[in-house]
Design a protein. Structure first.
Lengths: 271, 545
């Protein structure tokens, strides 16, 4: 404790009285004791450490980086869901990946503060009070609306929109409502449309499954998959709009609330 | 009859088998490896069968005189061999080829010698690393230098090592700077006469940058030139307070050398902390600059600062390309530089005089360059606590990846990026060995909303003669050849060839993983090959037999 707290206090020089009080907490960290460093001050210190040490790969807002392959840390974490598991990943790194361990002289409490910060980016879905009714939303999704004409949930439905089987894990209720009333905001590149005319003069249009410098791959409205070289294309058009209509006018407020409740319930584990 | 044939068969096949065995034996005979003298390095352009240094030649043009693979037959390229780097990480290596032997550096700080014709291993050097490395951006190594029969390599723990090129044995191991304080090394050194010249990384850890020269025999330091002037030296007053001591200005890519002028040219990185300039008021010399150093003493002969008081991490960590071009009606000794800050510069390399400059990618932080080449800043573009959108983004309009110059076309080629990013400022205190960046950035759009281009620039006018779009953002280097070709790669794993004169696509192959290195070309027994690292694998291509 003495060596650790010495290093820690030196690093934290200037921190508040509250913070110092926390530092004096014995650092005997049983593996299953959970996070003892999760006050508002800890979260703020964890955020500062994250911005300084982790944001280069994981992004300044912890939403990840396609280029470095560093994952989004604001939703469900795939490599560890408990505080202890997250602590161990930060402490030890992930062998064979760019996720290096934190420096050996970074004291455990500081790592726990990062865990607290990452926890603060998520929330306990069980604590969320929803206006709608998930069961009614499910009924509406499957039988009272055209949702399933495009979307799939657990293998049932269609292929013309994102698979929603786990949509509740990474979208908040507010996000889900926004998705339905304003689908043109932040359309993922996977759901852009490409309209191309090949050297044979045949035009094809479909969802942009993948595109690179020399070729593209689409799924057309007949759900046929096409891989087309760009060389020799007579025309190329990229439509970055969503094909999903807004449901702000076509569904009532309570129906939207019910759908939000249903979509929020779609996750690996029941709330 | 059948039986007779059977009994005859071995006898009939024997001569063919013997010939095949002989051929097989020939491919495993050790090539005639001869020492690489300084004279060979100066004249490297005229032994294009070998790739003797990181940028091919001392002028760093990355242009090979080999023309067996050319615009007519490049579509007949096929893979000859692949070498899997055993440690998983992204490969930034540019191998060397010396008389049929290829030297490949690997993550984290290893080097392997292989038969260049087959990719089979002669030896491997594993560098032992401590556990408390301080590295900003991955476990990278970009290549070795060679002089005589010795290889010189930077290591992540900020050491410089000398390795016997015939056996892989360690000859000496010199600590360049203490790694625990934030120093590291990733770039290939540059041989200048009888010196090993090398830079340092750590610009995100509050280091004080420098360029060093070491004795190749002993590993002893011969000279050190700091890239931030100390107290009493010219330029120290361009740093407020004591900020010079932790001001970064790292030197993490290889420089160039002009043997006639006896000048070494080396780029310097961002001032630190990167995104908070409040604690280091002033121009912050010699960050984001090119330095000309005397080839014997390391003394600064001239400097040119591209981005005074940088607050966007616009390192001048690019390879200085030295080319003699017609400018204003006369031939000039120039240096060509597409900078991370979005501007292209043509400088007189004898004096550092600014001849010409203009944007070559999207730029919002400056409205242009004044007659001395100093950027004219757009007010209100410095990072804020809330975030402000600026172009180029942190990764830059280009970055460390090698550009090329082709004397046949007179064009300069660069991988460029048109993007934008939100920049943030944060208050941080310096702590030795800790990151010291003062902020960061984030994209507000998916990467697929942006694209890179290979741009061919006329260095006498900064006109973009052609461009070839690549998506998404590319971080691959470029090599051109006397066969009229330009080779490069892409982030989504293509390796491709363009017509260097027109930008027309001539050939591509999908290698699947990110190309984060530069291609190089060489030949053995009169047969030309081209080599590129993609993901974790080094691929070599040659013409179909």
């Amino acid at each position: 404790m003495s060596r650790l707290s010495g290093v820690f206090c030196r690093r934290m020089a200037g921190c508040t009285a509250l913070g110092l009080a926390i530092l004096l907490t014995p650092a005997t960290l049983a593996e299953d004791a959970g996070n003892l460093y999760n006050t508002a001050v800890d979260v703020r210190m964890g955020e500062r450490y994250f911005e300084r040490q982790c944001s280069r790969c994981h992004g300044f807002d912890a939403t990840g980086n396609d280029e470095t392959g560093a994952p989004d840390l604001t939703g469900r974490l795939t490599r560890g869901s408990t505080d202890v598991a997250i602590f161990n990943i930060i402490r030890d790194g992930i062998p064979g990946t760019a996720m290096l361990p934190v420096a050996a002289d970074v004291p455990d409490p500081q790592v726990w503060q990062v865990v607290a910060y990452l926890d603060s980016l998520r929330y306990d879905p069980g604590s969320v009070v929803l206006a709608g009714n998930a069961e009614a939303g499910g009924e509406l999704f499957w039988n009272g609306s055209d949702c399933a004409d495009c979307h799939m949930v657990n293998g049932r439905g269609s292929r013309s929109g994102p698979d929603l089987s786990r949509v509740g894990e990474n979208r908040t209720p507010d996000d889900l409502l926004a998705d339905m009333v304003n689908p043109q905001e932040n359309v993922a590149p996977r759901w852009w449309r490409l309209r191309v005319t090949g050297p044979d003069g045949v035009s094809r249009e479909g969802y942009r499954m993948n595109e690179d410098s020399f070729s593209l791959r689409i799924m057309d409205d007949g759900e046929n998959l096409w891989s087309i070289p760009k060389d020799g294309l007579q025309s190329y058009e990229r439509i970055e709009d969503s094909t999903m209509p807004s449901y702000a006018q076509t569904l009532s407020e309570s129906e939207l609330d019910d759908l939000v409740a249903y979509l929020f319930s779609l996750r690996r584990e029941e709330i | 009859m059948k039986n007779m044939l059977r009994s005859l068969l071995p006898a009939l096949l024997l001569p063919a088998l013997a010939a095949a065995q002989e051929q097989q034996l020939q491919t495993v005979i050790t090539p005639a490896f001869s020492p690489v003298t300084w004279e060979r390095l100066v004249d490297a352009k005229n032994e294009p069968e070998n790739w003797l240094m990181y940028s091919g030649t001392l002028d760093s043009q990355r242009h090979s005189l080999l023309d067996q693979i050319n615009t007519e037959n490049v579509s007949e390229l096929e893979m000859k061999w692949a070498y899997q780097i055993p440690v998983i990480d992204r490969a930034e290596t540019v191998p060397l080829v010396v008389d049929g032997i290829m030297f490949i550096t690997e993550a984290p700080s290893n080097v392997t010698a292989v038969d260049a014709r087959t990719g089979r291993v002669y030896w491997r050097y594993d560098h032992e690393l401590p556990e408390d490395l301080r590295i900003c951006c991955g476990r990278n190594n970009r290549g070795v230098a060679i002089l005589g029969e010795t290889l010189f390599m930077s290591t992540l723990d900020a050491h410089l090592v000398a390795i016997d090129a015939r056996t892989g044995n360690l000859l000496w191991n010199t600590e360049v700077a203490p790694h625990a304080s934030g120093y590291s090394k990733t770039a290939a050194p540059l041989i200048v006469k009888d010196l090993v010249v090398t830079g340092i990384a750590g610009g995100e850890f509050g280091i004080r940058g420098f360029i060093d020269a070491y004795d190749p025999e002993t590993g002893e330091l011969v000279w050190r030139t700091h890239t931030i002037p100390g107290p009493g030296e010219f330029g120290n007053d361009t740093w407020s307070g004591d900020s010079w001591a932790t001001g970064g200005s790292a030197t993490w890519i290889t420089g160039s050398y002009d043997a006639e002028l006896n000048q070494i040219y080396w780029g310097t990185g961002n001032p630190g902390p990167d995104w908070n300039g409040d604690v280091r008021l002033g121009d912050n010399l010699y960050s984001d600059s090119v330095l000309s150093l005397n080839g014997d003493t390391g003394e600064i002969e001239w400097y040119f600062q591209f981005t005074p008081h940088d607050v966007h991490d616009y390192d001048a960590i690019q390879i200085p390309i030295l080319a003699d071009i017609e400018f204003g009606g006369e031939m000039r000794n120039t240096m060509l530089w597409a900078n991370r800050n979005g501007f292209f510069y043509t400088l007189d390399r004898a004096t550092g005089e600014f001849l010409l400059g203009d944007t070559y990618a999207s730029v919002t932080w400056a409205s242009g360059l004044d007659p001395s080449g100093r950027p004219i800043r757009v007010p209100g573009m410095a990072p804020t606590y809330e975030g402000i959108m600026v172009s180029p983004p942190i990764v830059g309009a280009t970055n460390w990846y090698s550009p090329a110059f082709n004397p046949d076309t007179g064009l300069f080629y660069v991988t460029s990026f048109d993007g934008e990013q939100e920049f943030f400022k944060r208050d941080e205190d310096y702590e030795e060995g800790e990151r010291y960046t003062g902020g960061g950035g984030r994209y507000t759009q998916p990467m697929d909303a942006f694209h890179s281009s290979i741009r061919a620039i006329d260095p006498a006018t900064v006109e973009i003669v052609w461009e070839f779009p690549i998506m998404p953002r590319s971080s691959a280097g470029i090599t051109t050849t006397a066969g009229g070709l330009l080779f490069s790669g892409s982030a989504d794993g293509y390796f491709f060839a363009l017509d260097a004169a027109t930008g027309e696509e001539l050939w591509n192959v999908s290698l699947s993983r990110r190309v984060h290195a530069a291609p190089m070309t060489w030949s053995v027994d009169g047969e030309q090959f081209v080599t590129i690292a993609s993901g974790n694998v080094v691929f070599t291509f040659g013409l179909r037999n």
